[in-house]
Design a protein. Structure first.
Length: 157
């Protein structure tokens, strides 16, 4: 009689637990003391300034921007929201980081392929970037412009 080995499952993934410190950290415990120190004694201002968003909630951190740009292009947006995104992303293409620029151009192109009313403005912006930026960005811009030209001529719908 063959038996299968019985392995215990191992969970290496992240687990998030909700903790209500006011109810769960017992006064006099290490956890309570640590919470008090973090909340009342430590000066965390240097961290605050590093991770502070602007008054509209946008982050200026390049790592955040290069992830946000493609996410924005994949959301189901209303026309007003699409317009807001299309007004936001050109600012990302002015970033000095080439990944942020590329991801933002890609997101703009994806939105233009989906929403033809925005195609002329997006095409113009990508054309402007493709003239003044690095050779790699110019090549990427030309690739996006080619796909937008095919779409605008109705060859690929």
């Amino acid at each position: 009689m063959d038996e299968m080995a019985r392995y215990e499952p191992t969970y290496k993934g992240l687990k998030l637990l909700a903790v209500d410190f006011d109810r769960q950290a017992i006064p006099g415990s290490f956890e309570h003391a640590l919470c008090h120190l973090v909340d009342h004694e430590l000066n965390l201002f240097s961290f605050y300034m590093r991770y502070k968003n602007d008054d509209k909630g946008a982050s200026d951190q390049q790592e955040v921007r290069w992830h946000i740009a493609p996410m924005l292009a994949r959301l189901q947006l209303t026309k007003a929201e699409e317009t807001t995104v299309v007004n936001l992303l050109p600012g990302y293409t002015n970033n000095r980081n080439s990944i942020v620029k590329t991801m933002s151009m890609h997101a703009l192109a994806d939105i233009a392929l989906r929403s033809h009313r925005l195609l002329p403005d997006i095409r113009q912006h990508i054309e402007e970037i493709s003239v003044v930026d690095t050779p790699a960005m110019k090549a990427r811009g030309k690739k996006f412009l080619t796909s937008l030209a095919i779409e605008s001529h109705g060859e690929r719908l």
